[in-house]
Write a new protein. Structure first.
Length: 238
């Protein structure tokens, strides 16, 4: 009986596909621990991105041993609206979180701890002319950690949750400055976030008199900044 070459090719393709899917399914059952280190207001003015005159050995090591993204974009050019997009995967304009800032949601206070000062109390203070508010995402929009928890992950956040809306208690197993991945039960993988404030733009003023560790004259200022001394100086502080 003659061999049907086309049929053999088809069966071989099915075998390869089945083998691949089986391997993928087995790998999917392995839940890896995930440690998320978050810093803010930081440009790619880092040695691992080719910047000269600046030494960033710890970040360079992370880049060497992990993945360095070369085409990453922010949905908005300020921290809290960007954070709302990261936690939900939705554009801030769609969420109603694009105004900076809707309220002080930096730390988790519990629903009874949320306060929204009136317009009268805010007038003339810090340039505000609208009252604080919390954006209200649609019911189908979830924090991505809610999906992780449903998949069996123990999720902790230490400790910033400035999402422009009140963070739902379903987003985290722990949400405080005491939240640690070590608290995860032994039989559960963890997803743990640690937020570092040292690069936040507000820290520039606190460090403006600190001695510089890099010569500003050696810093190559990106084209989207004016090449003036104050820019290279502030870039080093951040």
């Amino acid at each position: 009986m003659p061999i049907n070459i086309e049929k053999m090719k088809f069966l071989f393709a099915l075998l390869v596909c089945f083998s691949t899917l089986t391997t993928w399914s087995q790998n999917r059952s392995e839940k890896y621990n995930i440690l998320w280190l978050s810093c803010e207001d930081i440009d790619p003015i880092l040695a691992c991105y080719g910047a000269e005159g600046i030494q960033t050995p710890n970040i360079d090591r992370l880049a060497k041993e992990g993945i360095r993204y070369e085409n990453a974009y922010s949905t908005v050019g300020v921290c809290a609206p960007s954070r709302s997009s990261i936690i939900t995967g939705v554009y801030p304009v769609r969420l109603g979180t694009h105004n900076m800032r809707t309220a002080i949601h930096v730390t988790y206070k519990g629903i009874d701890g949320e306060t929204y000062p009136s317009y009268r109390n805010l007038t003339g203070k810090r340039g505000r002319n609208i009252p604080y508010y919390s954006a209200v995402p649609d019911a189908e929009i979830k924090c991505f950690t809610e999906y992780l928890r449903a998949a069996g992950y123990y999720c902790t956040n230490n400790a910033k949750c400035d999402y422009q809306f009140y963070p739902p208690f379903t987003a985290w197993d722990e949400n405080s400055r005491e939240a640690e991945y070590e608290n995860a039960p032994e039989d559960m993988p963890f997803f743990s976030v640690y937020n570092f404030f040292v690069t936040h733009e507000s820290r520039i003023w606190a460090k403006e008199n600190d001695p510089l560790l890099t010569d500003p004259n050696e810093v190559i200022v990106p084209d989207y900044y004016p090449d003036i001394p104050v820019i290279s100086h502030e870039s080093i502080l951040i």
